[in-house]
Ligand binder design. Structure first.
Ligand code: GRF
Length: 201
């Protein structure tokens, strides 16, 4: 009797690069979610700010951090070669503020996701990040906000929406208290949604 050895891990293995330039709480959550995953791993953290908290999170989890330079990112093939060398299949944006260059959008079409801390298409676009989003939501008198997970393309916050979850905006909310509620939603959903998309890749 002959037996054929098939290695299900190597044939279906998928690697993520997380692009982040802030504190990295979402990155931490995603790294933890996939740390025991049978065929998906976080292979690389890409960051444009050497002092960002996410660099320490990468180090604490033995994940290499690639520090990128603006000139190189937006010129020619950018960091496509480095991503290919690291065998990255999927890019997760988690607090990354630079636009994604066309080369990367083309190479990873429908394989780049972003999370936005509001219910797109409202309160998105250039300059709408961090506290500014929550301030705008409160100033507009919204009674509801939330998170949007969407495919990223060459425009800010314009790719197809994959998932949204909402939460109330309370009369007494400050941008900070609303940000905290939104962060809770992000941590609850982002890794799970990524997991679901990647299983279907
Ligand atoms: C999140 O609020 C996310 O919606 C936005 O950037 C923030 C990153 O937060 N895109 P953290 O660094 O993961 O805590």
């Amino acid at each position: 009797m002959t037996s054929v050895l098939v290695n299900p891990v190597s044939s279906s293995h998928k690697s993520i690069a997380i692009f982040a330039s802030g504190t990295g709480t979402n990155a931490k959550n995603i790294i933890e979610h996939f740390s025991q995953h049978p065929f998906i791993n976080v292979q690389l953290v890409v960051c444009n700010k050497p002092t960002a908290g996410v660099v320490d999170i990468a180090a604490a989890n033995q994940i290499p951090a690639l520090l990128i330079d603006k000139e190189k990112f937006f010129r020619g093939t950018g960091y496509l070669n480095e991503l290919k060398e690291a065998q990255i299949d999927f890019i997760v944006l988690a607090g990354f503020l630079w636009k994604i260059p066309q080369t990367l959008v083309d190479a990873y079409r429908n394989r780049i996701v972003n999370i936005h801390p509001a219910l797109l298409p409202k309160f998105g676009g250039k300059g709408m990040y961090g506290t500014k989003v929550h301030e705008a939501v409160i100033a507009a008198g919204e009674t509801e906000s939330g998170i949007t997970i969407h495919y990223a393309n060459e425009d800010y916050d314009k790719g197809d929406i994959i998932f949204q979850a909402s939460c109330p905006v309370l009369r007494e909310d400050s941008a900070e208290s609303l940000a905290e509620r939104i962060h809770g939603l992000e941590h609850k959903h982002y890794a799970k949604v990524i997991d679901k998309i990647m299983i279907e890749l």
